[in-house]
Write a protein that binds this ligand. Structure first.
Ligand SMILES: Cc1ncc(COP(=O)(O)O)c(C=O)c1O
Length: 401
């Protein structure tokens, strides 16, 4: 019987001595704000993701915002996204004055599908088509990217891939971030994500034009590149503000941590894969797991499962409480965006249009999954859950008999 000394959370950061040394070096250098480390980090992201251009930001939220701005999102435009996501996937559209609507997920992949997107598009009048579709690689698993991107572009809809969860994932042998199936892809480096910079994000694109716009929006709307100057001026001190931008820059302290973290990303990803394999193999089969399509290679940011009371004998909330008592702190990802009071939609509409999302909301739980989770800790989690299912079903069967 295993006992736990420390609590287990659903996720946490992984920091080693080398990370600390690299951050310390920057603190002792001439640059603390955006300097050479930010550009080096952007180049490393380009190498890792096979992307052409990267714009590092102080969060994925700001990267999503400048992505929307660069694609020309304006007041009263429409954006569609995944309701099972963090609110930032919708807020970035609202910052531009656009309206948000959602495509229902499916209960096998816990994500938007090509069929659901197509169905919604065909039911929508052309004048109400979205300007941007924001896809979410939920948990690290990309959705039907190729078919969705093709249909979207055919209808003049841009695609932003919110890959906050999926650094290192692949879809049909294409690295997430190379923008083969998106106009812009965004990653998050919040501490619970695949790698961390403390807070941070990056937007990648294959378009030089979108890259230039995003760089400008990230830095107050300012350009220092004389090629783009609206006023002729050859002085070296000269720069121009040309649009309303923001201070969304990453700094060198954050970038140096990101560079150091990227050096061990392959080990990070392979450990996550091993953990997922153990869960798949050892968790009670009554627990519904994500069904990964053959051509998807997940980064396993999360390990989400469905606890369906009618099959298992107790609810997701019962399981959360029971795990907490055993020092295992799991989480639900996510409260559907439209369930938040700020985003709320009418009750009839949510059950009529988003039945799978509502079912998911009732049953989903993310089990511990992070680089650094020890095998004996994972074994403890699995044993606790399986034992609980066995006990509840034994009691249930004996009371039936
Ligand atoms: C899907 C998704 N998009 C966007 C974000 C926002 O990321 P950040 O915290 O880096 O702004 C998150 C963070 O949890 C997320 O999970």
């Amino acid at each position: 019987m295993l006992f736990l000394k420390n609590p287990i959370n659903y996720s946490r950061q992984n920091i080693n001595k080398n990370d600390i040394k690299k951050v310390k070096n920057v603190l002792e250098s001439d640059f603390l704000t955006q300097g050479p480390k930010v550009e080096e980090f952007e180049n490393e992201i380009n190498k890792f993701c096979k992307s052409r251009y990267s714009v590092a930001c102080n969060s994925a939220t700001s990267a999503l915002h400048i992505a929307c701005l660069a694609l020309g999102l304006k007041r009263n435009d429409i954006v569609w996204t995944n309701p099972v996501s963090f609110v930032a996937s919708a807020n970035c559209a609202l910052y531009c004055g656009a309206k948000v609507d959602y495509v229902d997920i499916d209960l096998n992949t816990f994500n938007i599908t090509f069929e659901n997107f197509k169905k919604k598009l065909f039911k929508t009048k052309k004048k109400n088509f979205p300007k941007i579709l924001i896809l979410v690689d939920y948990g690290g698993f990309p959705c039907d990217l190729d078919k969705i991107y093709k249909l979207a572009r055919k209808n003049n809809i841009y695609v932003i891939q919110d890959s906050s969860h999926s650094l290192g994932a692949k879809y049909k042998n294409s690295k997430v971030g190379d923008c083969k199936f998106s106009d812009i892809t965004v990653f998050s480096f919040h501490p619970v994500k695949i790698i961390t910079t403390g807070e941070g994000g990056v937007a990648t694109t294959k378009s030089k034009k979108l890259f230039n716009y995003m760089q400008m929006f990230r830095t107050h709307g300012i350009t220092k590149d004389s090629k783009f100057f609206k006023k002729a001026n050859k002085n070296t001190w000269y720069f121009e503000q040309q649009v309303l931008g923001y201070n969304y820059r990453m700094n060198d302290i954050e970038a140096s941590l990101g560079i150091s973290q990227l050096k061990r990303i392959n080990k990070n990803l392979s450990e996550r894969k091993k953990l997922a394999f153990n869960y798949n193999k050892n968790l009670n089969p009554k627990i519904k797991k994500i069904n990964i399509k053959k051509f998807v290679k997940s980064s396993y940011h999360l390990y989400p499962v469905l606890i369906e009371k009618e099959k298992i004998g107790f609810s997701r909330d019962d399981l959360l409480k029971y795990l907490k008592k055993n020092n295992i702190h799991c989480q639900l990802h996510y409260i559907p965006i439209f369930e938040h009071p700020f985003h709320s939609i009418n009750k009839k509409k949510k059950f009529a249009y988003f039945p799978n999302t509502m079912k998911f909301y009732e049953c989903a739980i993310s089990l511990p999954m992070y680089y650094g989770l020890k095998m004996n800790e994972q074994k403890f989690v699995i044993e606790k859950i399986n034992k609980r299912i066995k006990n509840v079903n034994r009691n249930y069967n004996s009371s039936e008999g």
